[in-house]
Design a protein around this ligand. Structure first.
Ligand code: FDA
Length: 502
């Protein structure tokens, strides 16, 4: 219709009032592709028929973000916020709906980091990467740290919005558990901080998933204490080195280890890697493993003592030999296709289940499995302190992570099928009612939003929403109804406004 073809133009003229032309990239400009692809991490979403934004706003100041939200609302153009572009389903820069008119609000420029070591606090922009944050903390003080994920190019914007799980989670919880303030642009284009937005709103942005509640520009973080040196190991075991027995045992041992010890398992290409971060010395770690998990066969030669910031290099690159500066590489090349899913395990899976899973892992199209131990701090707080509900009662989180490099629909189909088949097969052995999943491992197989009138249907969204948020989903929807009743900020799995009782 006339209005729909006119909308992009009036939207763009509206942006032009507050945003310099050079920061707005439209399909007509030669800079469009470069900006669009600057942080697409998943080749599943570069196909030519993928729906594209009608503009990319490379915001440089808060007022550019405010103008994009206001102009979008006024002229019927939705905003997809992108910080690091790591979303597993690409929903920060594309849409499943070929008719949706949307702009990408790219926050890559909001990347300043200010560490206040004496106060053990930092302010960091949503477009800062985890690597940049780790580097800045390490440069300021070797006994401070921040609990967050292992991939250094993930950005704070999406990561903190969805939780943020990493090697310090058993000691200090998620990233979101350590956020003490934030600056947000709300659905009316107003700037808010913790004291102006109020505690319900502030609760929702720390784990309720990206996009739904506004655009977070920056986060104030509480930094945590770590010793000057920490200890690492990575011990590899194949099937004929008892990998299956060890994993079966690990399920019961790892969640009840002392909080200072994080011991994950990654199963990749028919090898199980037992990877540890210990907030203490190699000698103490060795004694601990010898008493609690002797079958692992750890020796003192397996471990290495490094600074905490060096340990983040190890978790990112599997090596401690690299300089800390590798943390600063934004690594924006897109090289692989990814599909992931997650589960929570509450009762150890029987050995024969690991046997049959291992048989599947031997296929060429197999994914990697990442087993992340809970317990410690994760098991000590109530499941409603933040929207992330997976706390007490969970032994570990299981991630199915399929990454491949060959193009072609046959490979894609096989890869996707492998992940979906194993997910189905493991259903009897993982959490139930609901089957609990982690929102930062976004999975659109769980269901996608439908509209009821012009807002997202709450009844329909519960199918996927309660898997991510359990009992917190309703409260998230109530916050949404309060801060964005018209449902401007929406995507395939955004939080719908809670309908008012009739
Ligand atoms: P992206 O920009 O794609 O945003 C993700 C979502 O948040 C989108 O819906 C987006 O609209 C929204 N959003 C982004 N910025 C926002 C902002 N400023 N305000 C409001 N909404 C915003 N997770 C984990 O917990 N531990 C880990 O170790 C890892 N490791 C890991 C490795 C790799 C290779 C990948 C690809 C992903 C992970 N993750 C992870 C998952 C990661 O935490 C998750 O994908 C984050 O949402 C990514 O945040 P980005 O800002 O990079 O993504």
């Amino acid at each position: 219709s006339k209005t729909s073809s006119a909308a992009p133009d009036v939207f763009l003229s509206c942006l032009a009032v507050d945003i310099p032309h050079r920061l707005v990239h439209t399909p007509a400009s030669s800079s469009y592709a470069e900006h669009l692809f600057s942080s697409i991490r998943n080749l599943r979403f570069v196909a030519p028929d993928t729906p594209r934004p009608l503009a990319i706003v490379a915001a440089a100041e808060p007022k550019h973000v405010q103008a994009t939200v206001r102009c979008g609302r006024r002229h019927g153009v939705r905003v997809r916020t992108r910080s690091g572009g790591h979303d597993y389903e690409g929903i920060s820069y594309t849409s499943l709906d070929h008719h949706e008119r949307f702009a990408v609000l790219d926050l890559a420029a909001f990347r300043s980091i200010r560490v206040d070591a004496p106060r053990a606090e930092a302010w960091a922009g949503s477009g800062a990467t985890l690597g940049e944050l780790y580097f800045a903390i390490g440069a300021a003080n070797r006994t401070l740290a921040f609990p967050a994920g292992s991939c250094p190019t993930v950005c704070l914007g999406g990561h903190l919005s969805g939780g943020g799980f990493g090697a310090l989670a058993r000691k200090y919880g998620l990233s979101a558990d350590n956020v003490v303030d934030a600056v947000v642009v709300d659905a009316d284009g107003r700037l808010q901080n913790r004291s102006t937005m109020g505690e319900d709103y502030f609760w929702a942005i720390r784990g309720g998933g990206g996009e739904s509640f506004g655009v977070v520009l920056a986060w104030k973080l509480h930094l945590v204490r770590v010793p000057e040196t920490v200890t690492l190991f990575s011990i590899r075991r194949s099937r004929n080195q008892s990998a299956i027995d060890l994993i079966t045992r690990w399920q019961e041992i790892s969640p009840v280890l002392p909080w200072d010890l994080y011991l994950r398992v990654v199963v990749d290409k028919q090898q199980a890697y037992f990877v540890a971060l210990f907030l203490g010395s190699c000698g103490r770690l060795h004694r601990l493993i010898r008493t609690r998990f002797p079958d692992l066969g750890m020796t003192q030669q397996d471990c290495e003592e490094v600074s905490w910031v060096q340990s983040t290099v190890f978790f990112a690159f599997d090596s401690t030999a690299m300089p800390l500066e590798v943390l600063l590489q934004r690594g924006n090349k897109r090289q692989s296709y990814v599909k992931a899913k997650s589960d929570h395990v509450q009762v150890p899976m029987p050995r024969q289940v690991w046997e049959s899973t291992w048989a599947r892992l031997e296929r060429p199209e197999a994914a990697s499995l990442m087993l992340e131990p809970y317990g410690g701090f994760m098991g000590s707080i109530s499941s409603s302190v933040t929207p992330f509900p997976h706390r007490k009662g969970n032994l570990y989180q299981l991630q199915y992570y399929s990454e491949w490099f060959e193009n072609g629909s046959a490979t894609l189909k096989k890869r996707m099928k492998w992940v979906r088949d194993l997910y189905k097969e493991l259903e009897p052995y993982v959490s139930k009612n609901p089957r609990a999943v982690y929102v930062n491992y976004r999975d659109l197989d769980l269901g996608t939003n439908k509209l009821e009138g012009n807002v997202t249907s709450y009844a329909n969204a519960r199918a996927w929403g309660e898997k991510y948020f359990k009992g917190n989903f309703e409260r998230l929807a109530a916050v949404k109804a309060m801060v964005d009743p018209e449902d401007f900020f929406r995507n395939e799995q955004s939080i719908p406004p809670l309908p008012t009782a009739t």
